[in-house]
Design a protein around this ligand. Structure first.
Ligand code: MV4
Length: 444
């Protein structure tokens, strides 16, 4: 087992990893920027190293500073959290070359899934359903037009190196495609350094449903149920839940088996997520995320598995602790992401938190790094807390969420709490009638 783990991240996920290490009896090293000196992850870690100025590029994305911090503090492993360097294959490689353990998948697996056109092809070869579309990138407008005519409009152009909704273009007809093709390519080139784009049939009302997967170094891969993440705005998730109101036991098994096949085909080790679009009773592979995700707690609540501890144990060579046989999800869990932002315009609202009273009681979990008088810096994402509620059924969980959101007091910065209080009263939300376009038609 590791003696000391360095956490290459900040905010709530840095605290979450420290908590897991403490429970495993492992020492921790926090790294922080100049803007994060007063952060709780710095206070709770055994050691801390300042790795640079506030700007992420100069601190949390600065590979040499992080490696140097690991060396001077005597860490033997690095947990990347989510965001920042978590899906950077080059970083994972350097960590290994420096005789440190990267707590995550291999650089090869990260690289393979980082190219979305390659990931799509890998899924197809593993027998995982994909959305009708091009075989690999489309090189010319002629090729794109040919594929689009075959599959029928509307189609969507996606950047091979993109992901998370960046660099996408919907085309309703040939004229749209003609206008979008070169723009999409040059945007992809500018944003990701690779111009490649691929094409898919555009699904008009899908749900975003993802499967949590986990592989160990003995070649075992398990699926740990799904998360429904359809409630998003500007490709930022707002609410996630497990189980999905759209998925029954038979579908869960089918999706889980498809996700496991994909992982096995790339010898996947550690935590990962297979994202699917789900529409009219069919699921289609969209992307794979090779990291622990923000919304991992909803899976922890319904499976009883501590995913972050599991990441550390598996990285140290232990077998998965999950017993063999079909997993059953227990109860229902829902996560509300609380951002320091204007609830109407969604503009970030950094500043000093004047009051902070998180809710408690049965079935309520708050994962947060903030406290009264904490100053939310303007340099990073605006997530300040995750409220996770668990109950026996979906209605019980919603009732618990409603009271917890009412009890949650945060003053000094504007937050998304009022938005969550409104969504939780929406008749479509209550029915579980969700799609990725839910927020487009949401009226407060
Ligand atoms: C799609 C789609 C419809 N059809 N692909 C957005 C994020 C990126 N991972 C892929 N995305 C989409 N791909 C096809 N063929 C709709 C979206 C999409 C979406 C997906 C999940 C959650 C929210 C979304 C919001 C807008 C569009």
């Amino acid at each position: 087992m590791f003696n000391k783990v360095l956490i290459a991240n900040r905010g709530e996920i840095a605290l979450r990893v420290i908590v897991a290490c403490k429970e495993l009896g492992i020492k921790t090293v926090a790294v922080h920027s100049e803007a994060d000196r007063d952060s709780l992850h710095v206070r709770y870690a055994d050691d801390d190293v300042c790795i640079g100025p506030a700007l992420s590029r100069q601190s949390y994305l600065n590979i040499s500073s992080i490696i140097a911090a690991a060396e001077i503090s005597g860490a033997d492993a690095i947990h990347p959290g989510y965001g920042f360097l978590s899906e950077n294959a080059h970083f994972a490689e350097i960590v290994g070359e420096c005789r440190l353990t990267f707590i995550g998948p291999s650089p090869q697996a990260i690289r393979l899934m980082g190219d979305k056109a390659v990931a799509r092809d890998t899924a197809k070869k593993a027998g995982v359903p994909i959305i009708p579309g091009s075989d690999g990138p489309v090189r010319t407008l002629d090729d794109a037009g040919g594929v689009a005519r075959d599959i029928g409009y509307p189609v969507i152009l996606k950047a091979s190196a993109g992901g998370g909704g960046r660099g996408m273009r919907i085309c309703w007809d040939e004229e749209d495609l003609g206008k979008a093709f070169e723009t999409a390519r040059s945007e992809a080139e500018r944003a990701f350094g690779v111009a490649d784009v691929y094409l898919e049939k555009y699904l008009e009302r899908p749900r975003h449903i993802e499967i949590q997967v986990f592989g160990d170094s003995r070649g075992r891969v398990v699926s740990l149920g799904e998360r429904e993440c359809s409630i998003q705005r500007r490709h930022q998730k707002l609410i996630e839940e497990s189980p999905s109101p759209a998925i029954d036991e038979a579908m869960r098994k089918k999706m889980g088996e498809a996700a496991v096949r994909l992982c096995q085909s790339v010898n996947y080790v550690n935590a990962g997520t297979i994202e699917f679009l789900y529409q009219d009773g069919e699921f289609y592979f969209m992307e794979m995320n090779t990291r622990i995700q923000v919304e991992h707690p909803v899976t922890e609540e319904v499976t009883g598995i501590d995913l972050v501890k599991e990441q550390i144990l598996v990285a140290a060579g232990d077998p998965l602790s999950v017993p063999p046989g079909d997993l059953r999800l227990r109860g229902h869990a829902m996560e509300f992401r609380i951002n320091a932002e204007d609830p109407v315009t969604f503009a970030p609202n950094p500043g000093k938190i004047r009051e902070f009273h998180p809710p408690g009681g049965p079935g309520v979990r708050v994962d947060s790094h903030v406290y009264r008088d904490y100053v939310v810096p303007p340099h990073y994402d605006s997530l300040i807390a995750k409220l996770i509620v668990t109950g026996k059924t979906r209605p019980d969980t919603i009732a618990r969420g409603k009271r917890a959101l009412e009890q949650f007091v945060i003053e000094g910065v504007k937050t998304s709490i009022p938005l969550h209080r409104a969504i939780i009263e929406d008749p479509r939300f209550l029915k579980g009638d969700l799609s990725t376009r839910f927020m487009e038609t949401f009226e407060r």
